[in-house]
Ligand binder design. Sequence first.
Ligand SMILES: Nc1ncnc2c1ncn2[C@@H]1O[C@H](COP(=O)(O)OP(=O)(O)OP(=O)(O)O)[C@@H](O)[C@H]1O
Length: 679
Amino acid sequence: MSQHARSASSIPLFEGQEFQTPSVVAAPACPRPTSPERCASRQRSSRVLHVAAECDDPLAPPPRRGSRSSLGIGAPAKAAGTGAAPMLGRANSSGSGARMQQQLLPGSAEGAVAMKADGHRATATLGSTGISITYDIKHCCIPTSRAEHVPFSEVLSAELLPPATGMWRLPGTRLHRLVIWTFRRGASNPAAWFPRQLVLETASEGVLDEWQQRISAAVAREPRRPRRLLVFVNPFGGSRRAAQIWQNVVKPVFDKAGIKSSAVETQHGGHARSLLTNMPGDELAGYDGVVAIGGDGLFHEIINGLLELRSVPAGTSLDKHQWAELQAHLEEAAAADAAAAAVAAAELQRQGGAASAGAQQAAEAAATLVKTGSFGLPGLPGGARHMRGAAHRRTGSIAASLRVGHIPAGSTDAVACTLNGTRSAFTAAMHIALGDGCPLDVLRIDSANGHHAFATCMVSYGFMGDVMAESENYRWLGPLRYDMIGTKMLAANRSYRARISYLPAEPDQLAAAGKVCTAGCDLCRLGREHIKLQNAFREASTRSLTRRRSEWVHIESEFAGIMLVIMPCRSEKSVQGVAKYGHRSDGLIHLVMVKKCSRLQYLRFLLTLSNTGLAAGEHGFFTVVPAVAVHVEPVGGKESHWNADGELLPNNHITAEVHRGVIEVFARGVEVGPSKTPA
Ligand SMILES: Nc1ncnc2c1ncn2[C@@H]1O[C@H](COP(=O)(O)OP(=O)(O)OP(=O)(O)O)[C@@H](O)[C@H]1O
């Protein structure tokens, strides 16, 4: 065992393991890990865990050579922008004791302190926003310096470690150590974060004691950090690793951030939702947020539970009067369209003899509409809505204050890919622990039988609905089930007749069309302002559905698929997102209508969706329209299924309406490029 290894002391790592500080163990460089988990497993196998020098972050110092002589070698340290820092002497095996003593003593100039950071000689300054470090590194004997700033907003906590001692240290030169729990961004994907323990070392105990207190105070002042979280773990979702991810990745991060968490393992579908909706208000008030560890389905359940709590006391989006108004208008418009079609058909028949099949169909549709005179729109959902006691109102406002986090452990994880740009559980846990927040749009779907549901990703009918309905029977196949059933459905080439009515987006809502949603997206930031102004479901709904009654557009046709895309819906299958220019909070539904087409055309559509994502416009057999509300009624006997974020709706006659930014999620959007812009 080397002298370095002998002097090593272990501290717990994020992933529930032990690691040796970078000053004592040199780790092999991690060859471009694709995920923190993979990176960790690589390192586990080599019995060396994450340290700053291991991975591919350009900001991370290069790996240490592990030789004793590397300690303290280099040119005089310079503080970033603060002038010269005290010089540290060259250390090597033949250096004198006095010289060695000198290099390990702390020095400071204008607040800059010469110390070791992640095992490299550096000069560090503790500023009002974070820690600035200038590394003093030699590459091929050429001194180079690199600088980095670690903001307090990206630090979980700071912890003093027992001083490093060893036979190679001279008396009185014990190095005191401070570990800062933070993260670093991947070089290839800055949105994917990796655990980082930044270790600062100096011979002066006083300096690091003071730094630790100042960093802890600064972190405690961070306004949006959660203190207590309710965590639901779905052991059944995706690759069934949720419990393991909770224990090995998420809990250690929460512990380091000082977050108290109560974890519940779900026992069956709907368990998380029913626990939430039946939880006493006082208990719910004890939490700052709810976290789903599982797939998109569990996230969907939690959103539905919270919104149910909110909408029961506050009134759902459409009251009886608004429903009646909308229903009357849609009926009127549909009857008028159908009557016009009937007249045209009759005229055709009169002129040309036999009516075409299409004209006959239109005439039949008109007759049906005139006869029934109804779209079958729902009445008010459930008696529970009328329970508007004070207790319910209070629970609703508590639910509105709760933020929602999602740790991906499912089959597709479109929510995590859209919110964080990665399926990394560590990254998602960090966003929660750091208190990142952004508003999220929610689609409210009311079915003709009075059922209502909320969705945040995508609601689809036809192809995607059929795939979902059938693949539930093949859950044991894991994510592969979607490919298998998808191929089967492509071969079946089904189509369904439906009448779609939609309310197009207003021109000012389209101003940002063509911009990809990333961290710090202006449009999504506006989502938060918007909801502050709206402040209630009812107001938003009145605006979108009833104010612009005459602007509804109606289409009746045979559709291979209908999709209402709410967020970009990025995933490994669609890296750009299903809606390429979708946003987390733009208040828009990207309505995708794919008319009956050949198998080859539908395959082309799927490839577009997967390769480039869908953009607004007419694309031959399919159209993408930005809308704020959509009404779909199946026509004829043949019906598909509505798939709302993985949940099958009980009725296919629906009205869907988007509510901008009504849920606050623990995320900041996808970070791109070298910038570290927070949302
Ligand atoms: N213990 C459980 N047993 C069975 N089903 C459960 C359990 N807990 C939750 N569920 C249900 O399982 C469904 C699917 O779970 P989840 O979304 O977490 O995984 P997934 O479907 O594999 O992932 P994705 O949605 O990303 O494709 C959810 O609708 C949830 O309600």
